[in-house]
Design a protein around this ligand. Structure first.
Ligand SMILES: [Zn+2]
Length: 501
């Protein structure tokens, strides 16, 4: 079934070939203008359409019914049909991987190329696949032919390993570099195929297939064939999981989100949940690294960096790129690479768990250094609004501005600050009094504290941290603060160096 799909839907026109647009356009222009090279070199990863395009090119050049303005072969005439069914004597395909001897090259190429094509209006085309496999003497024989190319003979050399092809050969060819096929193009082609095959396959599974095939259309079609052959016209996740390694991306996103918001418990839970479900940890970890790398690249390069994911994952990556500090991303990737190197572990998931723990411990230490102390939810305390020091006054006087500035970042932060008051400035930490413990816990997130510190720093023009406490004398203190602030009296008094009690 898998092979059947691949052969059944082999593109018959340039239009049907997925990807490689610049190459298709150039080849078609050469067909139309008749301005052909003697030798072409198709370079690129496997399954990206090299032999498909070589055959199409050969067919188009020889097609009996192709109009002057048309680059596509008719696929109906005798010659087109002979080439399609591999019966044409003018199209000679050689797999260099199995014909490495110089004699074969002499026999197949040199002698044969002296004989004009049977189709007198057309071309004899030699397609040599995996050309880098030729022996040195075979290359020399080929080179001689390329130096004095007989009329109506075209060579198309294809290779996945260009560094093994001699420079003398390369320099005599028109070279085309084939690219891996983007995921979305693979998915598009697969959805066409399932429509023709009249089977239902969920989009998630098509994306998974595209990911696993890594830009190789042949692998994608083969995997799709395997999945379809198990089904009865309807492919389910369960069936697909028999063929495809488990889908990881959505699970990876859950873990990345937990690390992004510094939630170690969720991160470790996620890892253990997946391990219990039979996850392949090695694949998961390397996919996780790839995912973080894409977030990092997107953050640095911006929207011109093309993410090779489907729509929902692209959105998730864009969101993480906006939230995850670059230094954290690069640190997390390094820690994961370090742990990935641990080959033997008593507990399989331990290296991955340790990576998460180490990363977040470091992060916590950084935050503490920045704020100058440990976070243990501060006990409720009774505070008297401090009037000492000009800095705390500055903050008290700017409180309305702080609330407005906070709104741009987070509406609930701004709403809670409206019910809060600054109580003192202790060892460079601005302490903010709140009415409820759950507000304190809600605000005690690194992003929020960082943002609020930033606002306070812009007012004080120096580095400060921020902390929140539940004020036991909340009602009384908040009344005093509000009265002072709303009357604007505090500000006026400060301007004249006065005090209120
Ligand atoms: Zn034709």
């Amino acid at each position: 079934m898998s092979e059947v799909i691949y052969r059944k839907y082999r593109p018959q026109t340039f239009k049907e070939v997925v990807g490689q647009n610049p190459i298709k356009i150039t080849l078609q222009n050469e067909i139309l203008s008749g301005n052909l090279a003697h030798a072409y070199l198709f370079v690129g990863p496997r399954g990206t359409g090299k032999t498909t395009l070589a055959r199409l090119f050969a067919r188009s050049l020889n097609c009996l019914h192709r109009g002057k303005e048309e680059a596509e072969p008719c696929n109906q005439c005798e010659i087109c049909q002979m080439i399609t069914s591999n019966r044409s004597l003018d199209i000679i395909e050689i797999d260099a991987a199995s014909n490495t001897g110089v004699d074969n090259v002499r026999e197949n190429i040199i002698a044969n190329s002296q004989v004009p094509p049977f189709n007198r209006q057309g071309y004899k085309v030699f397609i040599i696949d995996e050309v880098h496999m030729l022996s040195k003497s075979a290359f020399n024989a080929l080179l001689k032919t390329l130096e004095e190319p007989p009329k109506q003979i075209i060579f198309i050399l294809a290779t996945t390993e260009i560094h093994k092809v001699p420079e003398t050969i390369i320099s005599r060819c028109q070279r085309f570099d084939f690219k891996k096929i983007p995921i979305k193009d693979v998915v598009h082609r697969l959805s066409e195929i399932i429509e023709w095959e009249k089977v239902t396959v969920p989009d998630d599974i098509l994306s998974e297939i595209a990911h696993h095939s890594e830009g190789c259309m042949r692998d994608a079609e083969s995997l799709l064939g395997q999945v379809i052959s198990l089904s009865n016209g309807k492919v389910t996740e369960e069936l697909a999981s028999l063929v495809l390694p488990r889908s990881n991306w959505l699970e990876i996103d859950v873990l990345v989100e937990a690390l992004c918001v510094h939630n170690l418990a969720t991160a470790l839970n996620q890892i253990n949940k997946l391990v219990n479900e039979g996850l392949d940890l090695h694949t998961f970890t390397s996919d996780l690294i790839d995912y973080l790398r894409q977030i990092m690249l997107y953050q640095i390069i911006g929207p011109t960096f093309i993410l090779d994911f489907d729509e929902s994952l692209t959105k998730a990556i864009q969101k993480h790129a906006a939230e995850f500090p670059l230094a954290d991303l690069s640190r997390l990737i390094s820690v994961l690479l370090e742990k990935l190197a641990i080959k033997e572990s008593l507990i399989d998931q331990l290296p991955l768990e340790l990576a998460c723990v180490e990363f977040l411990l470091e992060k916590k230490a950084q935050i503490q250094t920045a704020s100058g102390e440990d976070y243990t939810p501060t006990e409720s305390k009774s505070y008297t609004p401090s009037e000492s020091g000009s800095d705390i006054k500055k903050i008290q006087n700017s409180w309305n501005k702080i609330i407005t500035d906070a709104k741009d970042f987070n509406h609930s932060l701004s709403a809670i600050l409206q019910t809060a008051h600054p109580v003192n400035l202790d060892r460079n930490i601005v302490v903010i009094g709140l009415e409820f413990a759950f507000h304190r816990d809600q605000l005690h997130k690194p992003q929020i504290k960082n943002h609020l510190s930033g606002i306070l720093e812009s007012i004080l023009e120096r580095k400060v941290g921020v902390d929140f406490v539940v004020d036991e004398n909340y009602q009384e203190n908040h009344q005093v603060f509000k009265g002072r602030n709303e009357s604007g009296i505090g500000e006026a008094l400060d301007t004249f160096g006065g005090r209120i009690v």
